[in-house]
Every structure is written in structure tokens, then in C-alpha cells.
Design a binder for this molecule. Structure first.
Ligand code: HEM
Length: 224
């Protein structure tokens, strides 16, 4: 019963809330549809956190998505042992990179008074949810070897069954609890999406390509 709620109901609840609240926020409070940069408040530590975090997590999530979208191709890719080792090692390194990155970002918010002052409760929730998610992913990859292979026979059929509105939770319910938490963590982040600065993921500055150039001029005397 518990598994049904977690693996057959919760994912839909998360997606529906994300879409409905996300659209509501977009049309009613569009200015907040960003990550509200704190670069002006502190830039140096931000650089050392945000670069490894984004490179690490974006590449890993692209691999998650690629294996889900074209499982046969992914299967062919890892069928060779050397390639499998390379994929797993790359995944682990990128996971470490993103863990270091997000830890630096969290430490920065604690250490820098100005960066801390602009944090909301949900900003903290999001940072710790992301940290937990990448640690669980790293743990899964490290302890339950060859996840890039068993992912195809567990998570992928489960996710497709959700997509087809016919949840088949038996593909994932027997997995170890850390792995199950990691999978549910993906949907928890979907749920958090409209309530946090994660919304910046869908804001592409496309209009920058054709909008007139904006010149920013200081409107005060430069201190001598
Ligand atoms: C339903 C959603 C998700 C599923 C089913 C899933 C599943 C998995 C599996 C099976 C692994 C092990 C891969 C391996 O051993 O090579 C893994 C690794 C990992 N996942 Fe996820 N994941 C999900 C969402 C996420 C999200 C949203 C994040 C980050 C925000 C994330 C971050 C990671 C990281 C950092 C690793 C370790 C790197 C690697 O070796 O691939 N995952 N995930």
C-alpha cells in the first residue's frame, strides 16, 4: 500500500502540482521566474561552487534522460566492458564534482552575511534537497554497481509505465531503500520546482538574441 502511494500516486501528484503552480506563478508573478542572482553580493566563492555544480549535474541528468529516451542505444553503448567502466567512472567523478559544488554553494550562503540575508526558507529546503539527491545518486552508483545497466531494467520500465498512465511499480519496489529514495527524490524535486528558484531552468534568455542592446551606466560619482 505504502509503495503504491510512493511509486504510483506521488509522481503524478508531483507533476500535476509542478505544472499547475508553475503556470500560475508564471502568469501572476513573472518577475520571480528566475534564480534571483546573488552575484553582486558575492562573486568569488559563487564561481567555485556554481561551475562544478552545474557542469556535474547537467551532464549527469542528460545521461539519465538519454538512457530513458533511447534505452536500446544506451544498452549498446555500455555493452562493451571498457565503455561501461568509462561511463561509470565518469558518472562517479561528475557526481563528486556536483557534490563539492553544491557544498560550496551551501557553505557560501552560511558564511557570507549578505548572501545569507537574501535566502528564503524554500531556498534552504531546495539546497539541502539537491545535496541529498546527489549524495544518494553517488551512493547508488558506488555501492550498487553497474547502475547504468540495471537502470534500464528497473527505473526505465517504471518511468515508461507512469508515462502510459499504467504504473508498474514492481520494477522498482524491491530495490534497496537508498535507491528508492533517490528515485522518489527526483519527483520531490519536480514537486519543489514551482515553489523555488528551480524555475530558472525553464527561463531561457532567448529574447536577448533580438532585443536592442542595453547600455548600463552608473548614475553616481565614482569614489576617488
Ligand atoms: C526519477 C528520477 C531518477 C532516477 C530513476 C534516477 C536513477 C539513478 C540511478 C539508477 C543511478 C545509478 C547510476 C549508476 O550507477 O551509474 C543514478 C545516479 C545518479 N543520479 Fe539519479 N535518478 C533520478 C533523478 C536524479 C536527479 C533529479 C538528480 C540530481 C538532481 C540525480 C543525480 C544523480 C547522481 C549525481 C548520480 C550519480 C552519478 C552517476 O553515476 O550517474 N538523479 N540515478
Amino acid at each position: 500500500m505504502f509503495d503504491i502511494v510512493l511509486f504510483a500516486v506521488f509522481p503524478y501528484v508531483a507533476v500535476i502540482i509542478a505544472v499547475v503552480v508553475g503556470l500560475y506563478r508564471y502568469f501572476n508573478d513573472r518577475f520571480t521566474y528566475s534564480s534571483l542572482s546573488s552575484q553582486f553580493l558575492e562573486n568569488r566563492i559563487l564561481f567555485f561552487g556554481t561551475v562544478p555544480w552545474h557542469y556535474g549535474v547537467i551532464i549527469i541528468l542528460s545521461a539519465h534522460l538519454f538512457a530513458f529516451l533511447v534505452p536500446v542505444l544506451w544498452g549498446d553503448l555500455i555493452a562493451d566492458q571498457t565503455r561501461l567502466y568509462i561511463m561509470e567512472l565518469t558518472g562517479l567523478s561528475l557526481a563528486l564534482m556536483s557534490i563539492v559544488g553544491i557544498t560550496i554553494l551551501i557553505a557560501r550562503r552560511f558564511r557570507n552575511v549578505r548572501a545569507k540575508a537574501v535566502m528564503s526558507f524554500m531556498d534552504w529546503v531546495l539546497l539541502f534537497a539537491l545535496l541529498t539527491q546527489v549524495i544518494l545518486g553517488f551512493w547508488t552508483a558506488l555501492v550498487y554497481r553497474w547502475g547504468s545497466d540495471w537502470y534500464l531494467h528497473t527505473a526505465v520500465p517504471w518511468l515508461y509505465s507512469l508515462l502510459l498512465l499504467n504504473p508498474e511499480i514492481q520494477h522498482v519496489t524491491a530495490l534497496p531503500w537508498e535507491v528508492k529514495f533517490h528515485m522518489l527524490g527526483g519527483f520531490l524535486l519536480v514537486l519543489l520546482f514551482p515553489f523555488t528558484r528551480l524555475v530558472h531552468i525553464v527561463t531561457y534568455p532567448l529574447t536577448y538574441l533580438w532585443r536592442p542592446i542595453q547600455v548600463v551606466i552608473w548614475n553616481r560619482r565614482v569614489a576617488k
